[in-house]
Design a protein around this ligand. Structure first.
Ligand code: ADP
Length: 409
């Protein structure tokens, strides 16, 4: 096997020759090449970008660096990580309110920002079955579609559904004492479901939640993630507390359905985060209205009638579509009213659509399985609101996505 030390020299030579588009200089000269290591034939390269580098420039440079390093005879694999100069990982202050319950429970550690993670967003619900995991998964995918690097952590001990929803169930690898997240649909994933048998009794799960959350945050290699979405267990309890005690949580989203009971539960969930000093970004009303599946077809039909000169039928059909496309089975506006009453905002209304359940069961979430659908549009709008509420920015600069990057395969 080639000598790692000799390989390191060759990797540095190759990578230094890659040209920085901002300065026209090689990466070493331009002070972008931060670190190179070779161990067991695996080259690890760290790049330090300037805030002026665009996301596209960073990605192109990462790819060029990986290609250059892998050209060296004896290098089996190149792993490129990067960060932006001057960027602070998570800007949220330590939740003061968490300190009191932490002391009461004997926990001593203050929340500590995760290395290489931009924002941590918790997705929670007052009760189970409201579609919290569905929202978490599709929100993560929608953020990825907006160009961000996204991680999804599923700590819903009562029903870790991320493996099912994403159609993946593998044991994550461990490297250098850190758990390597599983990658699927462009997301980095970690779920209790990867480690736990489906038939493990629920009664055993409660007590492990605190340790699991801490371990899944601190021992998993999340570096390179812009947004880490955390799918919380339903209800209010230790999970929320231990999350807030482990990392500064940038924001929480409360998922609810329009039914009154769920709304009362949602209010409780919201209050819990407020008490922990976590910024509640708002509520998401899932299964908000029923979307008539034939609407698109009927609209096409109206267009073809209009093209044939039958304006009267086209107009009649258009009216039917606009009257019937959305059916608010549980009444309209309940979530928005409740959000306003609780002093928060409605971040999005997600329609009830059989395709969401079907695709979820098939391991193909709607955002990837039906990328142009109305439901996907609702998730993309939700993702946009989340990034607007918690943009990623290096101090003093305009919000930019993709502040951290990892090598894409
Ligand atoms: P939770 O995480 O709150 O327990 P899940 O995300 O597991 O809820 O969703 C519960 C069930 O509802 C699943 O079968 C899921 O496919 C279905 N579901 C969730 N959201 C929708 C939706 N908008 N339209 C149709 N079915 C949905």
């Amino acid at each position: 096997m080639a000598d790692d030390f000799a390989l390191k020299g060759e990797v540095i030579d190759q990578v230094s020759a890659v040209v920085d588009p901002l300065t026209g200089e090689g990466l070493l000269e331009a002070h972008i090449l931060e670190k190179v290591d070779v161990a067991g034939g695996i080259a690890s390269v760290v790049l330090k970008f300037k805030a002026e580098h665009t996301k596209e420039q960073r990605w192109a440079l990462e790819d060029a660096v990986a290609t250059a390093a892998e050209k060296v005879d004896g290098v089996k694999e190149a792993r490129v990580t990067s960060f932006v100069e001057g960027y602070q990982a998570s800007a949220a202050p330590a939740p003061e309110a968490a300190a009191a319950p932490a002391a009461a429970k004997g926990a001593s550690q203050a929340p500590k920002a995760l290395e290489g993670v931009g924002r941590v967003i918790a997705v929670a619900s007052g009760k189970g079955g409201v579609g919290k995991s569905t929202v978490a998964v599709n929100l993560a995918l929608a953020l990825a579609r907006l160009g961000f690097h996204v991680g999804l952590l599923d700590v819903d001990i009562y029903g870790p559904s991320v493996p099912t929803l994403l159609g993946i169930n593998v044991r994550p690898a461990v490297r250098e004492k850190r758990i390597i997240p599983v990658e699927a649909h462009g997301l980095k994933l970690m779920s209790l479901g990867f480690l736990m048998d489906d038939d493990a009794p629920v009664i055993w799960r409660g007590p492990i939640v605190t340790g699991i959350i801490r371990q899944f945050l601190q021992d998993v290699d999340w570096r390179g993630i812009d947004y880490l979405i955390v799918d919380m267990p339903p209800g209010t309890g230790d999970a929320q507390l231990s999350l807030a005690q482990t990392v500064p949580v940038d924001g929480a989203i409360i998922v609810t359905t329009p039914s009154d009971l769920a709304l009362i539960d949602a209010a409780r969930g919201l209050r819990m985060f407020t008490q922990l000093n976590v910024d509640v970004l708002g509520m998401v009303e899932n299964m908000s209205y029923y979307l008539w599946p034939g609407a698109a077809e009927a609209r096409n039909l109206a267009a073809s009638l209009r093209a044939k000169g039958d304006e009267q039928s086209a107009a009649a059909l258009d009216k039917i579509v606009s009257d019937e496309e959305r059916t608010y089975i549980f009444g309209q506006g309940g979530g928005t009213r409740e959000a306003a009453r609780l002093g928060t905002t409605m971040l999005g209304e997600i329609p009830l659509d059989g395709a969401v359940r079907k695709m979820g069961d098939e391991g193909r979430p709607v955002v990837v399985g039906s990328p142009d659908s109305a439901v996907t549009k609702a998730f993309l709008e939700l993702a946009q609101r989340v990034t607007d509420a918690k943009p990623l920015a290096s101090p003093g600069s305009a919000p930019k996505p993709g502040l951290f990057s990892f090598k894409r395969s």
